[in-house]
Design a protein around this ligand. Sequence first.
Ligand code: NDP
Length: 240
Amino acid sequence: MVSLGLEDKVVVVTGGARGIGASIVQLLVELGAKVAYIDVIDSEPPEGVLALKADVTKLESMEAAGKEIEEKLGPVYGVVANAGITRDNFFAKLTDEDWDKVIAVNLKGVKNSIQPFIEGMYERESGSIVGISSISGDRGNAGQTNYAATKAAVIGIMKSLAREAARKKVRANAIAPGFINTEMVKSLPDKVKDKITAEIPFRRFGEPEDIAWAVAFLLSPVASSYVTGEVLRVNGAHHT
Ligand code: NDP
């Protein structure tokens, strides 16, 4: 029987209470991992999952959550920096507040999600980090200059971290999802959704599970042990 080798590995998922994050959590549990998630919203975790309320924009809050996770579950092997927000507006109308908020969660939040665990990974010479980027960071999207800037940055972080961490056998990769059926896109007007669907060669949005399987692949010490600094696009051929 083959396995992805994630049994008993401790993995932390940010923004795991709903959407893509919840799907990642569910699949990792099914693959035998010990999973903790961090989110700002109240939620009922699936059985066996440790749920913590913390804010990725605050390093101290993430360090405290990290400490609690390691005390309860053991040394962390994997981090999935998934928490993200949108505050869309055309650039000419974009407020400083919406610029700063998106940068805080999607950019600083990624740094804060990884930093509490990186030294431990280096010491153990074992670890895999996955940052959730976006098709918007890859090819741009009108109305999302703030969001796209952070999602392009996630790719820059992962590629640079991959180079730094390789000597310690720690890997870092990004996933750039296309449009995925979650609350984040449900709020788009039907007209906009129809227009986007017509542009996607697969003629449908992706499902959160499509991203979860890509995450499992990149976390796996068996399936992707030589894959690092890569961007995996999961988008139904919705390329540039
Ligand atoms: P959701 O909004 O459904 O879920 C994101 C979760 O992260 C929410 O529970 C959210 O809480 C939480 N979160 C927000 N801010 C923080 C914070 N400061 N600290 C901790 N948790 C926080 O999003 P998706 O599942 O759709 O998206 C997940 C990731 O995938 C995001 O990074 C997104 O940018 C990316 N992505 C999504 C795509 C899509 O089409 N859905 C496409 C490409 C990329 P709250 O509800 O309070 O905001």
